[in-house]
Write a protein that binds this ligand. Structure first.
Ligand SMILES: Nc1nc2c(ncn2[C@@H]2O[C@H](COP(=O)(O)OP(=O)(O)OP(=O)(O)O)[C@@H](O)[C@H]2O)c(=O)[nH]1
Ligand SMILES: [Mg+2]
Length: 172
């Protein structure tokens, strides 16, 4: 069976564990509403379309982030995808978040490890009206801070998409 290890990084409260749950097709609301900050790295496994997924969810509190940087080369082994999550509703943390991303990528670059990143602008809820200037600024600092050699794609994501799907299921 094909194995795919995905690591999810970002600041605390950005929505990583919620995203991990939705990847696992968890749909009961309780799982989403009872989330606690992730302590350290939470590893989970599931199978989808004959692929064995391994999700490494890196709790984003500051006390853990330092430790990840020290051991990153070990954690990154056999990774096929890196997802970096930014809470698009928390403008005050944009810069800190991009700095953390840059630090991670610089460590990888030093080790000669290059990835294509998926950057999620998460909590992009339907009723959320982004400050266009702030988003432009975020895109600019991402471009400036990401070390050369890495490519990235940006996605607008939200957890409610999952429940909307269920909604239409009941409507039809
Ligand atoms: N509005 C909104 N809130 C969300 C969304 N996704 C997650 N949240 C909320 O954001 C909060 C943090 O979610 P988590 O998934 O626990 O965040 P995390 O990145 O895993 O946090 P740490 O484990 O501390 O690093 C929770 O209250 C979630 O319900 C979203 O798409 N929109
Ligand atoms: Mg978490």
């Amino acid at each position: 069976m094909i194995k795919k290890k995905i690591i999810i990084l970002g600041l605390a409260n950005s929505g990583k564990t919620s995203i991990a749950l939705s990847m696992k097709n968890v749909t009961d609301l309780i799982s989403f509403t009872s989330l606690q900050p992730t302590r350290g790295i939470e590893i989970s496994e599931f199978e989808k379309e004959s692929i064995e997924f391994l999700i490494w969810d890196f709790g984003g509190q500051e006390k853990y982030r330092e430790q990840y940087k020290e051991n990153l080369n070990k954690y990154i082994s056999k990774t096929s995808e890196i997802i970096y999550v930014i809470d698009i509703q928390d403008e005050n943390l944009f810069f800190i978040s991009v700095v953390f991303l840059r630090e991670i990528l610089n460590i990888l670059k030093t080790a000669g490890l290059f990835f294509e990143l998926s950057i999620y602008f998460h909590k992009f809820d339907d009723n959320f009206k982004p400050d266009e200037e702030k988003v432009k600024e975020l895109l600019k600092i991402i471009k400036e801070e990401i070390p050369e050699g890495f490519t990235y794609k940006i996605y607008h994501t939200k957890i409610s998409a999952l429940f909307e799907k269920n909604q239409s299921f009941y409507e039809t």
